[in-house]
Design a protein around this ligand. Structure first.
Ligand SMILES: [Zn+2]
Length: 327
């Protein structure tokens, strides 16, 4: 998450309105959780929600339920120089939040707030912490300093140690309804057909769709999805396709495969799902397992990884979208 050049006010996304309202009420009633775990699908805006919450917590005069954008707290949180605000994420080219980073966070959590009433620590993604780092964090969760709030962000709850989970209030953030996601994308693209194409490509994850639009990568992404479809239908071999996708790094490849398979599963009729769903879900589990291992520092050979996963994709043999049967 890039924390530079933020707008004056950080608002939640439209599909987070209900959750936002509930948290706002908790804040007003002085019952805002000390530790909150935001969990949900990738590309749905969990980090944006964490940022909006952090800035609301640090604002001295919230207005209309959001941070005011004008007070000292808002100016500091906007410039990234707020001494009571720490955002922890893996460093560039790293997948792991390191133990030193977490120690810094633990120290931070025990300081007295300097600028305002509260301190906010965000760790995103929380599953990027290794066991040592998670254990170090536990101490802060067990002995919270007054008015310190810890916001954790994760895609998979089971990727976060149970000892951490059990000390947090858990907020589940599913994929938004398609209509709401499309309305939001329309305000960016200005055209429903473009929004629909992007959202389909992103398997329903609006922020991924936004990313494809902003970096004009939809066409490249569609070509990659077409390459996977050719493997699935037996028109291309896993080895050739792995070679054709050599430029895609392992992490991006896992994301590509995941979105592609999720999209295909969503297109299956109920009858097809009963027959073909289990193998598809098993492959999704396998992709998550590899992703977790990589978050933990494992570094598999990219070409072999792609060939092996594409071979598993070939064996799925799901029908193409055009062969979709009525439910
Ligand atoms: Zn403010």
């Amino acid at each position: 998450m890039n924390l530079e050049g933020l707008p004056a006010v950080s608002a939640p996304l439209p599909w987070q309105a209900e959750v936002w309202q509930r948290l706002g009420q908790q804040l007003e009633a002085g019952r805002f959780p000390h530790a909150l775990l935001l969990a949900g699908s990738p590309g749905t805006g969990k980090s944006r929600l964490a940022l909006a919450l952090a800035r609301l917590l640090l604002c001295h005069k919230p207005s209309a339920g959001h941070n005011c954008g004008q007070c000292q707290g808002c100016e500091l949180s906007r410039s990234g120089a707020h001494g009571d605000f720490l955002w922890l994420q893996p460093g560039e080219k790293s997948r792991v939040v390191k133990i030193d980073q977490v120690r810094e966070a633990v120290d931070f959590a025990h300081w007295t707030a300097g600028f305002g009433e509260r301190k906010v620590l965000v760790i995103a993604p929380a599953n990027a912490m290794n066991t040592n780092a998670a254990n170090a964090l536990l101490k802060s969760l067990e002995e919270p300093a007054a008015n310190t709030h810890i916001l954790l962000v994760c895609e998979r709850l089971h990727g976060v140690p149970a000892t951490i989970r059990s000390r947090c209030q858990i907020l589940r953030l599913p994929l938004p309804p398609q209509a709401q996601a499309l309305d939001w994308l329309d305000s960016l693209t200005g055209e429903r057909s473009v929004s629909a194409r992007l959202l389909a490509l992103a398997a329903g994850a609006p922020l991924h769709a936004e990313g494809y639009y902003r970096d004009a990568s939809a066409e490249a992404r569609e070509a990659q999805a077409a390459a996977l479809a050719a493997v699935l239908s037996g028109q291309a071999t896993p080895v050739d396709t792995a070679a054709a996708l050599a430029d895609v790094d392992s992490e991006a490849f896992l994301a590509l495969m995941t979105e592609f398979i999720e999209g295909r599963i969503r297109q299956l009729s109920r009858g097809q799902l009963a027959v073909q769903g289990p193998a598809g879900f098993a492959l999704l589990d396998e992709l998550r397992r590899i992703q977790r291992a990589m978050e933990g520092g494992s570094n598999p050979n990219a070409a072999l990884l792609k060939e092996s996963l594409l071979e598993q994709l070939r064996r799925l043999g799901m029908p193409s979208a055009s062969a979709k049967m009525p439910a």
